[in-house]
Design a protein around this ligand. Structure first.
Ligand code: M6R
Length: 608
């Protein structure tokens, strides 16, 4: 995710900003920029690529005089990585500069209104609307202008702002995107994450949702959304720099699992407007959607598992045939693709060699293509006819968690959209789907808050030799991902099986005490999977069941049960995967494995 730093004090600001941004590099970014008030004007410098380029451009900040400023590392969301889209962004008269993390969901509407009022935009970003909006509402009091825009902007934001008319201050505000204030000896700082300020201070304030901070070199004041001053206590940070990079979590994987309520929300909410699903980037009207006869989903690894889920969801909900292929197979099997079909390529990195080659194969055959991609401006995002981004932010742990759950959300949205366009669902059903989707972030949070129970269970299986994951339908798709998570980070041999297939060979591997995780969330298949569980326990397996709240019957057939909250049958993957992610994580931690960087694996597989 993007990084924010701001500084005001006795020292030259630019070197402090560059240093702070360097501590946020681990979060991933594609461009960087800083804005400094030099005594006369707000100077901005930006550069695409590594922070080093910006440091060279400014001679490590030396060419930018001034003791107050803001800086940013950008992970592209709206608009490709480019100089124009890099932050900070100005208002028209260059008297206000803004850096932003998060997503302004109603930016298109705001941009249109501002353009009608004569504001000219220089970038494709959602952030620039904030600079122009501030300009529109600024009448001499920055806090008043900030509170006004808070009432108008929808979505998530952490903002660092400087006003030329208030050179002795920097301003910060946040909603659903983190921001802290550091109280230093020779100046005060803002940052999106603790590591950026640790060199200067360990005394920090955590800004809460919809709070505003106003910093001078010596003072820090806080205001609420009504512009009333509020009092806040500071916290002393005692983490070392490594722990701070991980936000206090032991591993990036754990941090990323905990980000899932937010990344699911970020992927979902910009696409639900006034009670309906709006996927502008799909670029297809209802008639075009109705004209699609078949969908091919192509991906690798976890993205493929997300694709297997999509098959069940699309076919069940929208009654459209779906074929799912591993990209490494698809590219060599000379697939039969027709004009009225759609190929969806799913990829976190957007750079996976097989997935990219599969996309090119589909394009060569003239079929419509859509990328579901996390990294903006990546090869798959650029080459697909259309791209729908998952707003999961940078994922650092090799084992994907938050990108996978964001992919599921993108698929659900598409499936509901297709089902609606094809007349396969009623308005009431759509309303129900949207309600269930919007509940997912809180439900994920609830499951994460139960981590101790999973941790306790996982500790018993540190020495396991083999673990099996079984399920039917969507539960089989969940099992595939649960199994991959376990094997990739804990090095325990694991297999996922469609539960009904066990009898056809795999059941011979079950011994006394073998752990089998049975995923049982599809009500119409409960009885079927339960009879497989009975077959397993009678052969000595220890069965862990992951099932829906209320399905107490299962306790008769399982040795240990984890319940997930109630949701629509199509969306259970988003919940059932959480305890399985936690299980894998705690087994791997218990074994002392390098959780974030498992042996032999790369985050992005750019070779065949
Ligand atoms: O970047 P992609 O989504 O295209 O990557 C696909 C797979 O390499 C990836 O999902 C891999 O399986 C992960 N390590 C799973 O955690």
């Amino acid at each position: 995710m993007c990084g924010i730093v701001g500084y005001i004090g006795e020292s030259q600001a630019a070197p402090v900003l560059l240093d702070g941004l360097s501590k946020l590099e681990y979060r991933g970014y594609d461009s960087a920029g800083i804005a400094v008030y030099d005594g006369e004007q707000i100077q901005v410098q930006k550069a695409v690529g590594r922070l080093k380029v910006l440091s060279e451009l400014t001679h490590d900040g030396a060419t930018m005089p001034g003791c107050s400023g803001i800086g940013h590392t950008r992970w592209a969301t709206h608009g490709a990585p480019s100089g124009a889209n890099a932050h900070p962004h100005y208002n028209q008269s260059e008297t206000i500069a803004v850096v932003h993390n998060g997503i302004i969901e109603n930016y298109l509407k705001l941009r249109k209104r501002l353009e009608e009022k004569g504001y000219q935009f220089r970038s494709d970003t959602d952030t620039e609307v904030v600079a122009h909006l501030l300009d529109r509402y600024y009448k001499g009091d920055p806090v008043e202008a900030i509170t006004k825009i808070m009432h108008r902007v929808e979505g998530s934001y952490a903002l660092g702002i400087i006003f030329k008319e208030h050179p002795g201050h920097i301003y910060a505000v946040r909603k659903d995107s983190p921001l802290i204030v550091g109280h230093g000896k020779d100046g005060n700082l803002i940052a999106s994450d603790v590591p950026a300020v640790l060199k200067y201070t360990r005394n920090v304030y955590f800004i809460q949702n919809e709070e505003i901070a106003v910093l001078t070199g010596e003072t820090i004041a806080f205001y609420n959304v009504d512009g009333e001053e509020i009092q806040k206590g500071s916290t002393t940070i005692d983490w070392d720099i490594n722990a701070a990079e991980k936000g206090g979590y032991e591993h990036f994987m754990l941090k990323e699992m905990y980000e899932q309520p937010q990344t699911v929300r970020d992927t979902l909410s910009p696409r639900i407007k006034d009670g309906s699903i709006v996927i502008e980037e799909l670029g297809m009207d209802e008639e075009e959607i109705r004209g699609i006869r078949k969908i091919h989903i192509v991906a690798c690894g976890s993205a493929y598992h997300a694709g297997v889920t999509a098959k069940y969801v699309f076919e069940g909900m929208a009654r459209i045939p779906v074929e799912v292929d591993l990209a490494s197979e698809f590219r060599y099997r000379n697939p039969i693709l027709m004009d009225d079909e759609l190929v969806i390529v799913i990829s976190q990195s957007g750079e996976t060699a097989d997935s990219l080659a599969a996309l090119r194969e589909a394009k060569r055959k003239g079929v419509k293509t859509l990328g579901i991609v996390n990294v903006v401006g990546s090869s798959i995002a650029r080459e697909a006819d259309r791209v729908m981004y998952t707003w999961a932010g940078p994922e650092i742990a090799v084992a994907t968690t938050k990108a996978y759950t964001a992919q599921l959300i993108a698929e659900y949205l598409l499936a509901v959209k297709f089902a609606q366009a094809r007349g396969e669902v009623t308005e009431a059903e759509v309303e129900g789907y949207l309600k269930d989707l919007q509940r997912l972030p809180d439900q994920i949070e609830m499951l994460l808050s139960n981590k101790e129970r999973i941790q306790h269970f996982a500790n018993r299986y540190i020495a396991a030799k083999d673990v099996f994951f079984v399920g039917r339908g969507i539960d089989y798709a969940i099992s595939l991902e649960g199994s991959l998570k376990l094997k990739e980070i804990s090095y325990i041999h694991s297999e996922a099986y469609a539960a009904g297939e066990l009898k056809h060979g795999t059941i011979s591997l079950i011994e006394e005490g073998t752990l089998v995780a049975a995923v049982v969330t599809q009500e119409n298949l409960y009885k079927k999977t339960v009879s497989n569980m009975v077959e397993l326990t009678s052969r000595g397996a220890f069965v862990l069941a992951v099932t829906n709240a209320g399905n107490r019957e299962i306790e008769k057939a399982a040795d240990y049960v984890v319940y997930i909250p109630q949701t629509n049958k199509y969306f259970t993957n988003s919940l059932a995967i959480i305890p399985l992610q936690l299980f894998s994580y705690y087994v791997a931690v218990g074994k002392g494995c390098d959780v974030d960087k498992p042996r032999n694996l790369a985050k992005s597989v750019t070779v065949e």
